[in-house]
Every structure is written in C-alpha cells, then in structure tokens.
Ligand binder design. Structure first.
Ligand code: ADP
Length: 483
C-alpha cells in the first residue's frame, strides 16, 4: 500500500525518500489555489469571529452600564431596595445584582443560580479581552463566563458594594461552536479546492500534454506530423498554431538543406566521373599516344577547376548560412570599384565588347571584396550567356532622389524568359541545365546568383531584372548611398 502511495506521490512530484520528480503544473495550480483559498477563508473567519466576539462583549457591557446607571440613579434619588425600586426594572434582563455590606454579607441577590461573590472573585481571569473597560472583570468558573463590575456606594450612611453580573457563557459557547464549524468548513473547502483545482487545471492543461506527446513523436524523418489545434481560440490554440508554423518552417528548411546536399553531390559527380574517365583513358593510351595525353591532362585540369569553383561557392554559401561569412564594411567610392572591375573584365574578355558607359561618383558603405565579387558574378554571367561578338556594358548613376546609386550591368545576350526570371536566384537553378559543357553548353553551377543575392541582402541592395529572350538582360542594383 505504502509503495503505491509513494509512487503516486512521486508521480505528483512530491519528495519521497529523497527522490523528487518534476512538479506538474496542475498539481502546482491546485496547491496554489487551495493555499490562497485557505488563507482567505482563515482571514475571513478570523475577522468575522472577532467582530462577533466584540459584538457580544459590547452588548453585555452596554447592558451592564445601563443597569448600573439605573441602579445608581435610583439610589441617588434616595430610593430603598423596596418593591417600588424594582418596579421600574432598573436591571436589564440577564444582568444580576448582588448587594453586600462591609462584612461581605449578601443581602440582596437577584439570581440565586449564580456562583457566590467569593467564587466569582476567586476566578477572575488574568487576561481579559482588550476591549473590556477597566472596571469590568471576567471570571471563568463552572463552565460559566461572567462579566462583572463592582461598585462601592454609600447608602443611608452605610458602605455598600454593588456587584453586577452578566453571564456571557451562551455567547462564548455560540462562538466556540461557530469557530468549530468555520474551521471545519475552511478545512473542507481547502480539500475541495485542492480537488477542484486539480481537476480543472488538469482539464485546461490537457491540450498541453497532447502537444508534448505529439512533439515527442516528431522526428527528423517524420516532420510531417502536426499538433491538433484546440478550437478554444485561447493561448493554447495560439501556442499549438505557433508550434505548427515553426514546424512548417523547420520542415521547409530541412527539405531545402536536403535538396542542397543532393544537388551539390549531383554537381560534383559529373566532374568526378569525367576525371575518372580521363584517368582510365590516360592509363591505357596516355603513355603511348601524345594527343590522348594532352587532351586528358587539359580535360582533367578544366574539370578540376570547375570543381574547385563549385566547392568555393558551396563553402561561401555554407558560411553565409551559418552566419560565419565575415564582412569588413567601410566607406567605398563606387565609381572606383566599377572602373576597376570593368578594366579587369576588358583585359580578360576576348569574345565580347566590354564597355563602361556612365560612371557617376557616389560613396557607398560595404565590404569591398564581396561587392566586387557580386559585380563579377553578373558580368561573368553576361559573358557566359552572350554569344560571341555581343556587347556587355555597365553604367552607374545616382537615383533621382539622390539616395541611391543605380548600377546597371547588362548584355545583349540570350536573355531570360519571364517565367524563369524569379527562379534564377534559387540555389542550383539553371535555365538550361540539360546542356552540358561537352555538348556546347556553358559551364554553370546555378549558385552564382544565389551568392550575389546574399551579398546584396547584406548591403541592403535591391536587385531588379529586365530581360527579354533573344534581346539581352539588364540587372539593376539599387545601392544605398552613404548619408
Ligand atoms: P550559373 O552558374 O548557372 O550561371 P547563376 O546562379 O549565376 O548560375 O545563374 C542562374 C541562371 O540564370 C543561369 O543558369 C542562366 O540560365 C540565367 N542567367 C543568369 N544571368 C544571365 C544572363 N546575363 N543572361 C541570360 N541568362 C542568365
């Protein structure tokens, strides 16, 4: 039995034998509500009890005061303790008067059921209630509580003592019974509040448990699971909704990652296969046939260079994704950068006319290395996708509001169809990926524009594209000016 209780307590997270599990929220809420209710009920009972207690004493004291005043008035008026004296009922019901002489002899007693004067005096309590007036005393004896006051007076030349008594036993008993009921009620309410709190919070928190269970079942391989959203339209449904959205994003990111890995492997497989093929060729005929040797070496070199470029790009994007790509931003004169990049392009470019048309001055803030890299990506694409003899040009000028530099990098090459223009910034996307270098297609990885876009985002540069199939392509970079 005890072991069962212990395991239940542990499940409810209560320390048993030094071992504790986590305290469940429903248990915490139930305890908290129970404790709050208990404190409130105790406070209310205390205040109510105190008020009633005070009321009883106050009532008794007022009755005693009135009786004392009446008796003293009658005595002052010279009335003797005759029938006429009692006719006016100077003593209120419940108040008892005893008159004693100097020897302590009682010669008037309005109620014989009360204990003797000596008895009452012998049982005076040390600590009377705070609100009891100074003259009043409280005695407790024979299960009775008596409130009493003693007054010395001179009656017809004789010293007399007037003893006024008023029992508050019934009141005390009532109070004690009230205390018992209130206390029992408080304890009962506390227990009920504990159960009700536990039951209610358990019900309210049930969706959270479902949420936790579903979350536990979600794994990398099974990311399609979603948490059921409660129809309550409260914080819990909001939490489930947010969680599901987070899963959507994670799943999308994960799929993107998987696609990236498979695309990268696919891209690397082609050059590796070509290199292996040529190595075979070289090992068979390379030693004897000089032309095979030359072709083999050239091809292996070219494929290795492509592979190196691809790996560089992959590493760049990986660093960018991990936010490890370091940028050293500074104020740069854009016209100088454009002039320099175009000059180098003119030097290497043999098949196209490369022209720098307008090159207005403008200071921008950015990382020189990556901005050059971005320009080169657009220009190399122009070179790749413009037939021999075509034109490639750059032009840079301020926007009409004077806040931006508009750098145009353009060509009169093959152009990009409207439906493909949005996709060209996606990783590994190539408009004509089926044509390989060997078939006369251009070598491309589909990563250049993704890198260019990342660099642009890091510099708040907006890229727009204007292209028509067969007419050419113009990329416009809207670069913020310093200040
Ligand atoms: P790639 O290495 O294949 O050039 P990019 O990401 O740089 O990869 O470009 C993606 C695709 O966009 C290219 O495959 C090409 O089809 C198209 N593209 C980019 N620039 C041009 C351009 N100037 N003219 C025509 N097509 C272009």
């Amino acid at each position: 039995m005890w072991s069962r209780i212990k395991s239940w307590l542990r499940r409810k997270c209560i320390k048993v034998d030094g071992k504790t599990a986590k305290l469940r929220i429903s248990t915490k809420i139930a305890c908290l509500y129970g404790a709050i209710l208990f404190v409130m009920l105790c406070l209310m009972s205390f205040v109510t009890g105190l008020g009633i207690y005070f009321g009883f004493y106050n009532q008794a004291e007022r009755e005693m005061d009135l009786s004392i005043r009446n008796v003293l008035q009658q005595l002052d008026a010279g009335k003797a303790f005759t029938r006429e004296f009692w006719l006016n009922e100077p003593i209120l019901p419940g108040v008892v008067l005893r008159v004693t002489d100097v020897s302590g002899q009682v010669f008037i007693n309005t109620d014989n059921h009360y204990p003797t004067v000596e008895d009452v005096d012998a049982h005076v309590v040390k600590h009377k209630p705070l609100w009891a007036s100074e003259q009043m005393e409280v005695s407790k004896l024979h299960n009775m509580v008596i409130y009493h006051e003693k007054i010395d007076t001179v009656y017809r030349g004789e010293m007399l003592q007037l003893h006024f008594y008023r029992t508050i036993t019934a009141d005390e008993q009532f109070l004690r019974r009230l205390q018992f009921f209130v206390l029992s009620g408080t304890v009962l309410s506390f227990i009920l509040a504990l159960f009700a709190g536990y039951f209610v919070s358990n019900r309210i928190l049930r969706p959270i448990r479902t949420l936790t269970q579903t979350a536990r079942k979600i794994e990398v391989e099974r990311m399609d699971r979603r948490i059921p959203v409660p129809e309550s339209h409260d914080e819990l449904s909001e939490l489930a909704d947010t969680f599901n959205h987070m899963l959507d994003r994670l799943q999308a990111g994960f799929k993107q990652q998987q696609r990236f890995v498979s695309d990268a492997s696919h891209e690397l497989r082609t050059p590796v296969t070509v290199i292996l093929g040529y190595s075979d060729l070289l090992s068979r005929w390379g030693r004897t046939d000089k032309s095979v040797l030359d072709e083999g070496i050239d091809s292996i070199r070219s494929e290795a260079e492509d592979m190196q470029q691809l790996i560089e790009k992959l590493l760049f994007l990986a660093r960018a994704d991990q936010k490890r790509q370091v940028l050293h931003k500074e104020n740069l004169e854009l016209s100088e950068l454009v002039a320099d990049v175009m000059k180098k392009m003119q030097l290497v470019e043999k098949d196209h006319t490369v022209e720098l048309r307008e090159n207005e001055q403008g200071e921008i803030y950015g990382d020189q290395v990556t901005i050059r890299q971005m320009m080169r990506i657009f220009l190399q694409n122009s070179s790749k996708y413009t037939p021999k003899g075509g034109h490639i040009w750059a032009s840079s000028h301020r926007s009409t509001d004077g806040k931006f530099m508009l750098l145009e990098l353009a060509d009169d090459g093959i152009g990009i169809a409207k439906e493909n223009q949005k996709k060209i910034f996606e990783r590994f996307y190539r408009v004509d990926s089926s044509r390989t270098k060997a078939e006369g297609g251009v070598s491309g990885t589909g990563l250049g524009l993704s890198i260019a876009q990342w660099i642009a985002e890091q510099h708040d540069i907006k890229i727009s594209i204007d292209s028509d199939l067969g007419k050419g392509t113009k990329f416009t970079l809207k670069i913020p000016l310093v200040g």
